[in-house]
Design a binder for this molecule. Structure first.
Ligand code: HEC
Ligand code: HEC
Ligand code: HEC
Ligand code: HEC
Ligand code: HEC
Ligand code: HEC
Ligand code: HEC
Ligand code: HEC
Ligand code: HEC
Ligand code: HEC
Ligand code: HEC
Length: 492
């Protein structure tokens, strides 16, 4: 709070500096003298946008730029502040850049006026380890002299220079360690290995650089849900370019990745159900590198989450066959962005079955037979599971105790789900083993449920017979009593 206050009072002070007038009216004596003494800052300033706009050294440093005399020009009484340090630096820039009266009214500028505000609330607005200032000042990214618009090739924030500008700090181990020892410092190194980085290095300013994904003044921690790179927001960040057909024209790749992803089982899980376990673009493509850490290529990435499927695949006959044909492991059957929930229709040799793409009745026959068998086992298991469920429901409705059978229903379901994973062994024995477990359990459950239903009927018949016997007995008793009564009456 006190820091904010200090900043405001500094900006207030600067507000009264007579900027901009001197250069237009008289020569900028600061510049002239500093040029004469071969000050490099002066040389740089001649290319500066601020110089082009008629501003003077004094507009940032204070002093009187109309005075030829050094003492008079650089007189603290004339507002000379010397070299701004720490938070005074950003305050110097913000006195104009956050000020509508100056930027819009005086200079007709259409630039946004929120850099200071955004920077202060960004991760770079955290207090530095010295405790005296914010981590980054405007000059950390823009420099102080020779400032030019971002579209100028010499700007440190030009797309082709920005990776190195951010990396000044982010690849500096000793500097970064003082802030956050857990933060990796390999972003630039990895970036150069990605398609984005390689193209950037070769002079293509249109691929993603640090600011395309992270933003500029508003950068937040990657773990902050408001960050542009937070999992639920990242796909839209990538889509800014990758879904813009115009922007991507000429690169020879599609611009439908986001559209397909958003409809896929992964996109639905992440974007609709907010399931952070489902992959965003970067979980498959990596954050900075060409692939995520520890994954040799994007085509092997599925196994990081679907470990069992990948393990089975690697031990399967397809491993060698696919490698030899340079077919990607999972994509070949599932695709990459458009992955849908797996259905049994994918299995077998019928229409819509993936196996039938390569295995036919007369070519690659063994696979054809295996696919057909797997599918028919899968279908039978489903049918048997349905029967078991029906019988258990029936018994339950009749009020019979079926707790254990119900529990075993879950085991059948489990086996059925397991067979879907076991498809990836592409081995009939392994598949049958699990399916058989399902059939056996189903048979037990069916027997138990049928027993319970039989018992129900047995009990009902039993009850009927029992009540019939009781009625007969009661009638017999009645007749017997009546007879005794009659006899007693006769005896009297
Ligand atoms: C007649 C020459 C002359 C004029 C006019 C002049 N300077 Fe300087 N300035 C110098 C010299 C020489 C130095 C180096 C002096 C030193 O290191 O103490 C210097 C140093 C500086 C420094 C660095 C101070 C520091 O503490 O390191 C700044 C900033 C500066 N001048 C800005 C200005 C501004 C702004 C103006 C105009 C308002 C201006 N100068 C006008 C000659 C001049
Ligand atoms: C847009 C604002 C701005 C203008 C205009 C500007 N400066 Fe600076 N100058 C700064 C800031 C901010 C620093 C401190 C930067 C830093 O430490 O990175 C600085 C630093 C300096 C330094 C000290 C450098 C050092 O290494 O310690 C000198 C000298 C200097 N400026 C001279 C000038 C002269 C001369 C001009 C005009 C030709 C000028 N400046 C114009 C903002 C400005
Ligand atoms: C962490 C680095 C960083 C810092 C710190 C930073 N900027 Fe920037 N700035 C950028 C980048 C990157 C761009 C280009 C943004 C883009 O391409 O959208 C930029 C763009 C700009 C622009 C042009 C805006 C536009 O939309 O065309 C201005 C003006 C600007 N910055 C001023 C400032 C001021 C003032 C400060 C301090 C309050 C500051 N910047 C601090 C990185 C930074
Ligand atoms: C005296 C007012 C003033 C001060 C102080 C000032 N600027 Fe500027 N700045 C301007 C004006 C005016 C422009 C040109 C605006 C335009 O072209 O629309 C400009 C342009 C810029 C641009 C180019 C934006 C673009 O992409 O077109 C950047 C970057 C920038 N300033 C950064 C800074 C930084 C960093 C500081 C502090 C070291 C600073 N400015 C201090 C007035 C100022
Ligand atoms: C002046 C040095 C400096 C510059 C320049 C700089 N950063 Fe940082 N940045 C830091 C420091 C220090 C942190 C750690 C802050 C903390 O954890 O409190 C940080 C944090 C970050 C984070 C958050 C990391 C996380 O997830 O916790 C991101 C993202 C980031 N910077 C990106 C950038 C980008 C992009 C640029 C260039 C546009 C840039 N930085 C320029 C020093 C810098
Ligand atoms: C293609 C988009 C993209 C580009 C380009 C990019 N980043 Fe990142 N960055 C990310 C993503 C995604 C994360 C991680 C988010 C997460 O952990 O979930 C990240 C994380 C970070 C972090 C946090 C620490 C870490 O490594 O996980 C820093 C710091 C960072 N980036 C800096 C940079 C810098 C510096 C550059 C430029 C050299 C850059 N990034 C370029 C997308 C990008
Ligand atoms: C600033 C625009 C931009 C952003 C943002 C962006 N990209 Fe790119 N990306 C490109 C361009 C341009 C190419 C180059 C296309 C090429 O060479 O095929 C590219 C290439 C790629 C490639 C390589 C394509 C190939 O040819 O094999 C992948 C993968 C990729 N981007 C993924 C991503 C992901 C994931 C994100 C988000 C984390 C992202 N991109 C964000 C512009 C962008
Ligand atoms: C489940 C993993 C996965 C996810 C999530 C994913 N991709 Fe991909 N992507 C791939 C694979 C695998 C390839 C093919 C790469 C190869 O063969 O080298 C690919 C290829 C690409 C390509 C190259 C051109 C093309 O279409 O073949 C681009 C660009 C791309 N992805 C961008 C994205 C973007 C943007 C997102 C998020 C909206 C995204 N990807 C999400 C796995 C994924
Ligand atoms: C970051 C972890 C992760 C990565 C990487 C990943 N997935 Fe997934 N995948 C999931 C999660 C979580 C689900 C479950 C989504 C849901 O339905 O809630 C899922 C669902 C699926 C499904 C549907 C499963 C079903 O029961 O119908 C298939 C098929 C699938 N993924 C294939 C792939 C392929 C192929 C790749 C690689 C191109 C891949 N996944 C990469 C986490 C991942
Ligand atoms: C040869 C085609 C083929 C290949 C290659 C393939 N799958 Fe499958 N996958 C299928 C079929 C068919 C199903 C549906 C089985 C069913 O529902 O009966 C399936 C189902 C799935 C499921 C949902 C069932 C489950 O296990 O939860 C996931 C997840 C999955 N595959 C992931 C992968 C991964 C990861 C790879 C790569 C290691 C891969 N698949 C490679 C054909 C393939
Ligand atoms: C992209 C093409 C392709 C798809 C799709 C595919 N296979 Fe294959 N499969 C092959 C190739 C190639 C071989 C190796 C054949 C050879 O070497 O003779 C093979 C081999 C096999 C084998 C081993 C055959 C043997 O000779 O031992 C089985 C079993 C098999 N596949 C089952 C399946 C099943 C089940 C599916 C569907 C889930 C499937 N395949 C989908 C291409 C494919």
């Amino acid at each position: 709070m006190s820091q904010r206050f200090a900043l405001t009072s500094i900006s207030f002070l600067f507000f009264f500096l007579p900027f901009g007038q001197t250069a237009a009216q008289t020569q900028d004596q600061c510049l002239s003298c500093h040029e004469a003494i071969e000050d490099n800052h002066a040389a740089l300033f001649k290319k500066d946008i601020h110089h082009a706009k008629g501003l003077s050294c004094a507009d940032c440093h204070g002093g009187d730029s109309s005075k030829e005399e050094m003492e008079a020009a650089m007189d603290p009484k004339a507002g000379f502040i010397g070299v701004p340090k720490g938070d005074r630096i950003s305050a110097t820039c913000a006195k104009c850049h956050s000020n509508t009266a100056i930027m819009v009214k005086k200079f007709n500028s259409v630039l946004p006026l929120d850099q200071m505000e955004l920077l202060t609330t960004s991760v770079h607005g955290n207090v530095s380890t010295s405790g005296k200032e914010h981590i980054a000042q405007c000059t950390s990214c823009h420099g102080a002299h020779g400032i030019v618009p971002k579209t100028n090739r010499s700007s440190p924030v030009h797309s082709l220079n920005l990776p190195s500008t951010c990396a000044k700090c982010h690849a500096n181990a000793s500097f970064m360690r003082t802030y956050n020892p857990g933060l990796p410092i390999d972003q630039l190194e990895k970036y150069w290995t990605s398609v984005h980085g390689k193209r950037n290095r070769n002079g293509d300013p249109k691929t993603a650089e640090c600011a395309s994904c992270h933003g500029s003044h508003e950068i937040l921690s990657a773990k902050d849900p408001r960050s542009q790179v937070y999992p639920t927001k990242l796909p839209v960040t990538c889509a800014k370019c990758h879904s813009d057909a115009n922007y991507m024209r000429g690169y020879g790749i599609d611009s439908d990745q986001f559209e397909q992803y958003a409809q896929s089982v992964h996109g639905q899980a992440l974007l609709e159900k907010k399931d952070l376990g489902a992959p965003a673009c970067n979980d498959c493509h990596g954050n900075h590198g060409a692939a995520p850490p520890g994954v040799e290529s994007v085509s092997k990435v599925c196994g990081t989450c679907h470990a069992l499927n990948a393990e089975l695949f690697s031990a399967s006959p397809h491993k060698k066959a696919f490698d030899a044909r340079k077919l990607p492991e999972c994509e070949t059957c599932h695709g990459n962005h458009e992955i849908v929930a797996a259905k049994d229709e994918l299995l077998g040799v019928g229409e819509g079955a993936v196996c039938a793409w390569c295995h036919k009745e007369n070519s690659n026959v063994k696979g054809y037979q295996v696919a057909r068998m797997m599918r028919s086992l899968a279908d039978s298991l489903i049918a048997q599971e349905e029967t078991a469920i029906m019988l258990v429901d029936d018994a339950e409705q009749k009020g019979m105790e079926v707790g254990e059978a119900k529990f075993k229903l879950r085991e059948i379901r489990q086996a059925r789900l397991e067979t879907r994973t076991k498809v990836h062994s592409f081995n009939l024995d392994q598949f049958s083993e699990v399916a058989t477990r399902g059939f056996e359990t189903a048979t037990t459950v069916e027997a138990e449920a049928t027993d319970a239903i039989d018992q129900y009927f047995f009990r009902r018949w039993g009850l009927l017979i029992a009540s019939l016997i009781i009625t007969i007995l009661a009638v017999a008793l009645y007749i017997y009593i009546r007879r005794i009564e009659k006899q007693q009456a006769l005896n009297r």
